[in-house]
Design a protein. Structure first.
Length: 119
């Protein structure tokens, strides 16, 4: 059983920074792409940033230049550094990963962590 455990959310003032972490643990596995999504109240879940196993990254237009995704393959962990936060960044943030266990590949999700940006 593979689990993704997130940490690092919280309350911050506009203009501030937060760093989210998401660590994968459990059975022997390998991780392909990883990403961060967010869901604000009344809105659909949206992709914030993604990173491939080779380190290629992509970002939503709304966060380009402010957020940075990275990963530490030795620790099976993905990070999201969020700078110059805005109230509209307020949402529950979820990490996900495409993980292969034996011959099976599946998408796994973290439990979500709340990020609240006050104006």
């Amino acid at each position: 059983q593979v689990q993704l455990v997130e940490s690092g959310g919280g309350l911050v003032q506009a203009g501030g920074s937060l760093r989210l972490s998401c660590a994968a643990s459990g059975s022997t596995f390998s991780i392909n792409g990883m990403g961060w999504y967010r869901q604000a109240p009344g809105k659909q879940r949206e992709l914030v940033a993604g990173i491939s196993s080779g380190g290629s990254t992509n970002y939503a237009d709304s966060v380009k230049g402010r957020f940075t995704i990275s990963r530490d393959n030795a620790k099976n962990t993905v990070y999201l550094q969020m700078n110059r936060l805005k109230p509209e960044d307020t949402a529950v943030y979820y990490c996900n990963a495409e993980i292969q266990v034996d011959w099976n590949t599946a998408i796994y999700w973290g439990q979500g962590t709340q990020v609240t940006v006050s104006s």
